[in-house]
Write a protein that binds this ligand. Structure first.
Ligand SMILES: Cc1cc2nc3c(=O)[nH]c(=O)nc-3n(C[C@H](O)[C@H](O)[C@H](O)COP(=O)(O)O)c2cc1C
Length: 134
């Protein structure tokens, strides 16, 4: 089992309907691929964490990276894990809020999701906190 995280930026403004569509496709596809994870969206930046079999993660990442709805897709890390953290979610979603921006500020030092200098473990901790997990 492996965990992967990446960050990206929207390539054009996305509506609630666009996000809903991305989520519903992700949930059903991830279920089929036995992938779990979370997608966070704040100030036009995405951070996504995905867990599952390595070859499935790789092909999902290739597919996602080609998606024209976002750009500047940057891999943060891919590491082996003992067990899933996001096991209950085919794709949990964290939307922007004041509370989320507070958590981002604490982890990134900015109120934007700038995670370039973070390691996979730091990003995982950030996403966990956003989901309200201890
Ligand atoms: C920010 C973002 C996150 C996405 N997350 C996933 C995901 O977790 N799983 C997934 O299958 N597709 C995800 N997608 C959608 C894929 O890019 C793609 O549209 C979808 O998998 C269908 O691919 P296909 O048309 O090649 O079958 C995401 C797209 C975006 C823009």
């Amino acid at each position: 089992m492996y965990r992967l995280a990446y960050t990206s930026a929207v390539s054009r403004p996305l509506t609630k309907a666009d996000l809903k569509q991305i989520l519903s496709v992700s949930v059903s596809r991830n279920k089929a691929e036995k992938l779990t994870g979370a997608l966070c969206f704040s100030r036009d930046i995405f951070v996504q964490v995905l867990e599952g079999r390595r070859h499935r993660l790789n092909s999902a990442f290739r597919r996602i990276a080609r998606d024209p709805r976002h750009e500047d897709v940057e891999l943060i890390g891919l590491e082996p894990i003992e067990e899933r953290i996001f096991g209950n979610w085919s794709m949990a979603f964290v939307d922007d809020s004041e509370e989320v921006r507070g958590i981002i500020l604490k982890h990134c030092g900015l109120d934007r999701l700038v995670v370039d200098s973070l390691k996979l473990a730091d990003v995982t901790a950030l996403v966990r906190e956003m989901l309200g997990k201890p």
